[in-house]
Design a protein around this ligand. Sequence first.
Ligand code: ADP
Ligand code: MG
Length: 745
Amino acid sequence: MVADVDDAEAAQQLTRQLARAVGEKTAKALASLGVRSIDDLLRHYPRRYLHRGKYTRLADLIPGEHATVMAEVADIDSRPARNRRLHIVTVTITDGSTHLPLTFFARNAGMATHLRRQLPVGASAMFSGQVSLYRGELQLTHPEYEPLDDSADESLVQAHVNRPVPVYPATAKLPSWKIAKAVRMVLDPMNEADTAEWLPAEIVENRRFPSAGAALRMIHRPTVDEEWKQAQRRYRYEEAFILQTALARRRADVAAYDATPRPARADGLVDALDAQLPFELTSGQQAVAEEISTDLAGAEPMQRLLQGEVGSGKTVVALRAMLQVIDAGGQAALLAPTEVLAQQHQRSITAMLGPLGEAGMLGGAANGTRVALLTGSMGATARRQALADAASGAAGIVIGTHALLSQHVQFADLGLTVVDEQHRFGVEQRDALRSKGRTMPHQLFLTATPIPRSVAMTFFGDVDVSTLRQIPEGRPGVETFAVPADKPRWLTRTWEKVAEDVARGGRAYVVAPRISSSTPEDDDAPAPVTELRATDAVAGGDLANVEDTFATLSRDPSLAGVSLGMMHGRLSAEEKDRAMADFAAGRTPVLVTTTVIEVGVDVPEATVMVILDADRFGISQLHQLRGRVGRGATPGTCLLVSAAQPGTPAWQRLQALVETTDGFVLAEKDLEQRREGDVLGAAQSGRGNSLTMLRVLRDRDLIEQARDDARTLIANDPNLVGHPEVLLAVTRLVDPDHEEYLDRA
Ligand code: ADP
Ligand code: MG
């Protein structure tokens, strides 16, 4: 507690220091940007740079955003407002092609005249304000402006005509140029040497970075573009370096433990499984299985991520790994994020094993093992049996949800943990599972969301990555179409298509983003794609929800005689099971559902998926969703219903899905479309650093350098005793909240 008080005290002192430097009022306004100290302010880096005479493309402005633009005054017009003593001044600005109206309210004619004088037609100025859509037209409301020609901001005046003008993340109260001024007030009295260099000197030298002090000037007050570019390179590297150092330490921590080697054994369960599988492993599966088998035989704990398209056959690869461990005397645990998935794994694994999974039962193989299932909703008897089988070692494979993590769950000798859809779990959860081993278990993470190499490197650091690119032969695949929501005929056609497929014995998923009209967001869905919020609000339509869609479709003539089921996260586990079972069996061949069915659900008869308000979902999520259909003998159809207008980012996302089914191409597209903040996760915003400079695609090389440097550093100084500043930066990053994002991003 004492420490907390001291911390708060220290923080207040820093804020007072800032207020002394830049003034109370500015300091207050800065606080709303998360800037509470001089240090924060210096780390509030410009988002971009403008140049005189090079106007901002106004057509690119995004409604809902706060924007800073440089443009020319094309027209100015004032008139008295109707019922008030106000004058409305409309300034129209242009970038040479697009015109954008700005509305000012002047309290009197004098103020209107003042505006006219400051913003004469033909003058260029910076404008800043909230971008909104009014009757389909972009506009800036409550704009602030800064004339460029007789500016109070000296970085803008004639002497530095070519000097890049920094644009800071700003607010309505505190436009970019006022932040620039505050930064100058802090930066001007400082010497370059006042800024401590915290990166190891060899790195600064080898990588040719500007020193910490030089970089500050270059980013905030560049005289030429080259300067801010060099500074940015350093700051991006810093970010990557801290992250990579954290990852290198974690990897080193785990590697310091010994795992029990679990070498492959001839004539064991792995061979028996291979002999009875109804298919041949693809060459991709074989290669990955080989990598895993080698890892398992070693004394260093395996930490491997297996990524592969939906339907690429990861389960059988994981099963072979589990069997290898059982053959070597150990047990394996499979952790799944939902009950539905855990049960499905149990069903498919039990089916693949056949008699091999029925040891001790009538007809079971003598050399076989047993599969136990542990979920939160199980009855007491079944649960007791599962716990006993895990603890005695009778169950070689224990499959479960979070219930597996409970301290009551014990293993005789846990040799391998498999985490399905790893991104759904936090680090503590994975650690909780692996701590159940007598020695450090080998770990295998599965993900169906393909991760570009650069991202894998950023977020998984030294975790080894295996990739299944191939889908087993003969999979018919999915064809995807966009359905404009405002074309009733297309919608009717959509439901007719559903009815046709059902009549042929198929099944259809109808996915909606919300559970009911009264829920603000679908509890089952991950955070919505934020950049779309503003546009959605403008579009005004309520988002499709499961309950209303269920009711509407029940009455839809196209679906007369077709039974519908309903599925979402608010149902009890039993209700969910029943809904899935009824759907699988065809009793309710149409399932209206939220994204709970997103991961791993396998109903081979499913041929159609209709996704309502599809633009609400991200690319990867849509790709996952459509992977639920076309898994059997018949090709699948995915219909993306959306009101998104052609050309908008939302529309482009859907188009990407229409054009390709390659998950890796889509993952890169997804990444390109996201903003910096999204890529590194929301946790970043808590660091008082409003800009995350690192972009995993663009900065691939820098990330690779940072990784190499971090590895070298940790190899030489594992506990960073010789590098206290690096240790501090890493600790700040890897506090409990932040460690989460290392893995969940
Ligand atoms: P995912 O990678 O999405 O978890 P699954 O492991 O569920 O995919 O596999 C999807 C389906 O493909 C399963 O029905 C599985 O039995 C089947 N399968 C796996 N490997 C092969 C293969 N080599 N040839 C044919 N079918 C396969
Ligand atoms: Mg799977």
